[in-house]
Design a binder for this molecule. Structure first.
Ligand code: FMN
Length: 205
């Protein structure tokens, strides 16, 4: 069974919903999925000052925190975050910054990786934020699996070939079209992760 880790940070729940759609897509393609949130770093008083943030934290207490063992375990990764000034959140970066030991052993190379993001504004930094994740993937030697326009769902969701990206609906629902594109991204990630996993020994020579 192909092993997929969906690892995300979300303060007010949108990235979490996208993560769940990617999880469902990966499962529909036959993957075993670990859906994991990264550790919250913000102080309690900052979280309490934003009702949506506090509610989301309480609502997702059941989601396990990501561990380095999840990275080692997985054949493919989907990383997600809201944008923070055009870059990934500190919470996701802090987790990824602990991966040096695995990287030194070559345990992150030759695995499939994709990413998803969101921002308040339609042009608030979605693509630059995706790049901050993908830049790390180059260093890992992971194989980036972008959705491109390989499925009609991408165009219907706004046409971001780099990865699913939402505009914050500010308390409303994310569009069904966007979640459908995320579902497809999970399917595509799983297909590539399976091919890479089956050929990893040959790829490593
Ligand atoms: C410190 C900080 C920086 C942010 N920077 C941006 C930004 O540069 N552009 C933007 O459109 N939204 C920005 N946002 C808004 C969030 O990205 C947006 O609300 C988020 O995508 C919501 O996702 P979530 O519900 O998963 O937390 C920022 C929010 C915070 C707290």
């Amino acid at each position: 069974m192909t092993k997929i880790a969906v690892i995300y940070y979300s303060s007010t729940g949108n990235a979490y919903k996208v993560a769940q759609s990617i999880e469902a897509g990966a499962q529909s393609a036959g993957a075993e999925v670990r859906l994991r949130k990264v550790r919250e770093l913000a102080p309690d008083e900052a979280i309490a000052s934003n009702k949506g943030w506090e509610q989301h934290r309480v609502a997702t207490q059941h989601v396990p925190e990501a561990a380095l063992a999840d990275l080692e375990w997985a054949d493919g990764f989907a990383f997600g975050t809201p944008t923070r000034f055009g870059a990934m959140s500190a919470q996701l970066k802090q987790f990824l910054d602990t991966s040096g030991g695995l990287w030194m052993k070559g345990l992150l190379a030759d695995k499939a990786a994709t990413a998803f993001v969101g921002a308040s504004y339609a042009h608030g930094g979605q693509e630059t934020t995706l790049m901050t994740i993908y830049n790390m993937m180059y260093h890992w030697g992971a194989i980036i699996v972008p959705p491109s326009y390989t499925d009609p769902s991408i165009g219907k969701a706004g046409g971001n070939p780099y990865g699913t990206s939402y505009t914050d609906p500010r308390g409303g629902e994310l569009p069904a079209e966007l979640l459908a594109a995320a579902h497809y991204q999970g399917v595509r990630l799983t297909r590539y992760a399976a091919v890479l996993a089956a050929n990893r020994a040959a790829l490593r020579g």
